[in-house]
Design a protein around this ligand. Sequence first.
Ligand code: M6R
Length: 590
Amino acid sequence: MCGLIGYNGIGQAAHFIFSGLQKLEYRGYDSAGLATITDGLLQYKKDIGKLEEVESIHHISQLPGHVGIGHVRWAAHGKVDQVNAHPQFDEGHNIAVVHNGIVENARELRCCLENTHSFVSTTDTEVIPFLLAQYYHQKGSLIAAIASAIAELRGPFAFLAMSCYDPGKFFACAREMPLLFVSTPTGYMAASDVNSFPDGCNQVYTLEDGQIAEVTSQGFVFYDSTGSIIEKQPEMLARQASAIYVNSSEYYMMREIREQPRAVEQAIEQSAADMQAAAQAIKEAQNVIFTACGTSRHAALMGRYLFSRISKRMSEVIIGSEFKYFSDAICQDSVVIAISQSGETADVMDGVRTARTKNAKVISLVNHHASQLARLSDIVFPLKCGTENAVAATKSYMAQITVLTLLSHYLAGQQHDILKKLKDIIPLVEIAYETNLKRAESLARYIAKYNACYFIARGSNFHIAMEAALKMKEVSYVHGEGMPAGELKHGTLALIEKGTPIVAICPADYTFDDTLCNIEEAKARGAFIIGVSDKHHRIFDVWCKIPKVDEILYPFVAIVPLQELAYFTALARGVNPDRPRNLAKSITVK
Ligand code: M6R
């Protein structure tokens, strides 16, 4: 997703910005650009493609000057082309802007401005420099221009602006989107993601509610959304290093799959006081709602199951983007549990903001401590799994289900028993990984030839079918569909033909016999059955063996071979599993 960086200092701005943008590559983007100021003039280069491609053509890291702004763009408004890449400019090319988020009323603003100005791009962003130029000419100050312009913008945003009207500075402004500031040994930086700062920069300022920052070579001056100076205190940020990689020729996704035993080990370490407080709030709540998207939502489905099974507490899972449509039932006695690796997913944030306006209590599970979600939560459980670089979520999911398993047991007053069981599961996750590596690789060659693959399971394993299907489609582009095994005969069975791959997650638990009936139905129509189980059955064409574990802990071991399967299917199809087309790591637009 889009990322932005600004620098002002004694160093070569473009150099610092370029290396910061490289650290944002994992988020996914389709074009890149950079602008600096020298001798009072704006200089810029931008193009479609990866940073190294743009660099090899335009040498963006070599642009001269000590002040600059840079951007990687993931197209949301306007197609992927050079003109739409950022920076965007006002008509006179006196103001440059890089922008994250969506200007929701861009169409209306363009209509008003188009009477007197001509736009060159099809982005929503371009209205920002146009508005800034218009207000600068009226007010004679860039801070005043920003304050007036943002009063017209609808939707969440973060942007950096730079102008030859005030060439020694850059400006920053954000509403409901992350924008962070640090001082470095050579200057002052702003960025949308803490990962892009140089190591050791841990004192971070943040912007909220349309606040504005002026970044000079001497430091920061902060303003509120009306342009009045305000004081801000930095926060200490505990940055987490990613695990050390053993083999650098591997894709991130496989490294992160392998890091999962460690993810469980680290996620177990939660504050007992926070667990107790969260459990108490959940017990007292009138209703308990999980909200999340994608993989995090699948973890939430496991949470819902565990709350019911272990704690006898009914809860609901609402997809982030649908949350607001249920807001009538949210009140101050509701507990909302938001799950997000990035803590920046716009759809989740939207729901959480809705919950906050209703005074609901917000508990979050989040990997990025400096995220908006963490800041808006009453209780935060950090996932502690280190940076997840692959777009596909793997180890963050493992950390999420670990925390949810703990929480459900705190809720039932059984925290002591579960801690031991979770520690015992760590080597078994590793065994699930080792045992299936070769098998997943050869099975992938079979699946790669098909256009679709179906995943079925029941009860506590149902969400694994959903998660495995998401992994498959996301990284290999083989359509994956997961469903409760009992649903197969209510429609999807019509799609089963000779050889159609069906993955049945059927550990030897209380779901085994019932799932087997559904497998028989599929087999009778010619399906190729891949059984994921600790118990063999003659009906399996291929058996992915997983270790025997406590009934509620099968998801910890069952997901591993299926992540491997998705990974190897991507490789078998010649696709880069780390960078699926059209997707980004953190989806900060609605
Ligand atoms: O950062 P989040 O956990 O909020 O992200 C939610 C989804 O966008 C994410 O899980 C997505 O589905 C993954 N790419 C799936 O592998």
